[in-house]
Design a protein around this ligand. Structure first.
Ligand SMILES: [Zn+2]
Length: 306
C-alpha cells in the first residue's frame, strides 16, 4: 500500500538571518507558510519546529565538502541519497557534468519507484523548445529531468499542460504567455495552481515539482521581485493545503542550497535549508533527517510503508 509523497523542490532557498534588509522571507506576507510554522517567518530561528500539520527541520546542504553548495551536486544528492559532492570532490553546478550525470543515471529515486512498481512523475510541463534544445544537444538536462528520463518516465509537454495533466514551472502559467510566447496558455491563480498540484499528486505514489524561479530571484537580488515571488508561492501553498488530506501522505518541501534568503550577495550561501514535512504521520520521516543525503531514503521508506 504505502503512503503518498509529494516532493516540492524549491531551488536556492535557505534559512537566513532575521534581517528584513536582506532576507525577503522577513518582508513577504506568507500567512499559509507562517501558520504551518507556528506563526514564525521562515528564517533560521524557525527550525526545528513541530506542531499541528507540519514540522520544519534545518538540513545541511554542505555535506562536509568545502565551497558554496551548487545545484547539480545538491539535486543529485536529493535524488540519489548519496553524498554526491563528496563523491565528485566538489560542489558543482548548475547542470550535471558527465560524472554527476552518470551517478544520477545509475540509480535515483524515480528509478527505485518504477522498479518497485510505484507510480511516479515529475509534474512540471516543458515547452516544445525545451525538447528540441535537448535533442539538438544545445541544452544539457538538469539533474531532476535527467533522473526522470533515466527511469524511463516521460517529461510532461505543452499538451499535458494545456489538458491540465501537468503544471507550469512558475505554478501559474503566466510565464508561458509572457516568456515563452504561448498567448493561449492556461493561466491559474496561485491558489488554483496549488489545488491543481494537490489534485495531480493524487495520481501517483511519488510526485515531484521543481521550482527554479526562487534561485533565479536570489541571483537577481531584487527585493520587490523576491517578495512578490514568495507571496505568490504562499498562495500556491494555501491552495494545496486546503485540499490536502493530512492522513493520506506527506508533502515534503526542501532546497539544494541557500540563495534567495540573502539578497546582499548574488552567490549561493552556506546556511542550512528548510525541510518542511506536512502530514499527520510524519514522525518517522523527520527522525534523524539532518542533511540532503537523507532525503531519498526517507521518501522511499514512506512510499513503501505499510
Ligand atoms: Zn543558483
Amino acid at each position: 500500500m504505502g503512503m503518498r509523497v509529494l516532493f516540492i523542490f524549491l531551488d536556492g532557498v535557505g534559512l537566513g538571518p532575521d534581517d528584513p534588509t536582506t532576507n525577503p522571507f522577513c518582508r513577504a506576507s506568507m500567512p499559509n507558510l507562517e501558520r504551518l510554522l507556528g506563526g514564525r517567518k521562515m528564517t533560521a530561528g524557525a527550525a526545528p519546529f513541530d506542531a499541528g500539520r507540519a514540522s520544519i527541520l534545518a538540513l545541511d546542504p554542505c555535506l562536509g565538502v568545502g565551497g558554496l553548495p551548487q545545484s547539480a551536486t545538491g539535486q543529485a544528492t536529493l535524488l540519489t541519497g548519496k553524498n554526491v559532492p563528496a563523491m565528485v570532490g566538489e560542489h558543482y553546478g548548475p547542470k550535471p557534468n558527465p560524472p554527476i550525470a552518470a551517478i544520477i543515471r545509475e540509480d535515483n529515486i524515480f528509478m527505485r519507484m518504477v522498479g518497485g512498481g510505484k507510480k511516479a512523475a515529475l509534474l512540471n510541463a516543458y515547452p516544445s523548445r525545451y525538447f528540441h534544445a535537448l535533442e539538438s544537444g544545445r541544452r544539457l538536462p538538469s539533474a531532476i529531468p535527467l533522473a526522470v528520463t533515466s527511469a524511463g518516465l516521460p517529461l510532461f509537454s505543452k499538451e499535458d499542460f494545456y489538458s491540465g495533466d501537468a503544471l507550469s514551472a512558475d505554478f501559474t502559467g503566466v510565464g508561458w504567455r509572457t516568456m515563452l510566447g504561448y498567448d493561449d496558455a492556461p493561466v491559474l491563480s496561485p491558489q488554483a495552481a496549488g489545488l491543481k498540484l494537490g489534485e495531480l499528486s493524487q495520481r501517483y505514489d511519488f510526485s515531484m515539482f521543481e521550482y527554479w524561479a526562487s534561485d533565479y530571484a536570489g541571483h537577481g537580488q531584487e527585493m520587490d521581485k523576491a517578495v512578490e515571488l514568495l507571496e505568490s508561492f504562499d498562495g500556491v501553498l494555501g491552495g494545496l493545503l486546503e485540499a490536502w488530506d493530512d492522513s493520506g501522505g506527506l508533502i515534503f518541501i526542501t532546497s539544494d542550497h541557500g540563495n534567495l534568503e540573502d539578497l546582499s550577495t548574488r552567490r549561493h550561501t552556506l546556511v542550512k535549508v528548510p525541510g518542511i514535512v506536512i502530514g499527520r504521520d510524519r514522525n518517522l520521516f523527520c527522525t534523524g533527517l539532518t542533511d540532503l543525503a537523507g532525503v531519498a531514503g526517507k521518501i522511499e521508506a514512506e512510499v513503501r510503508r505499510q
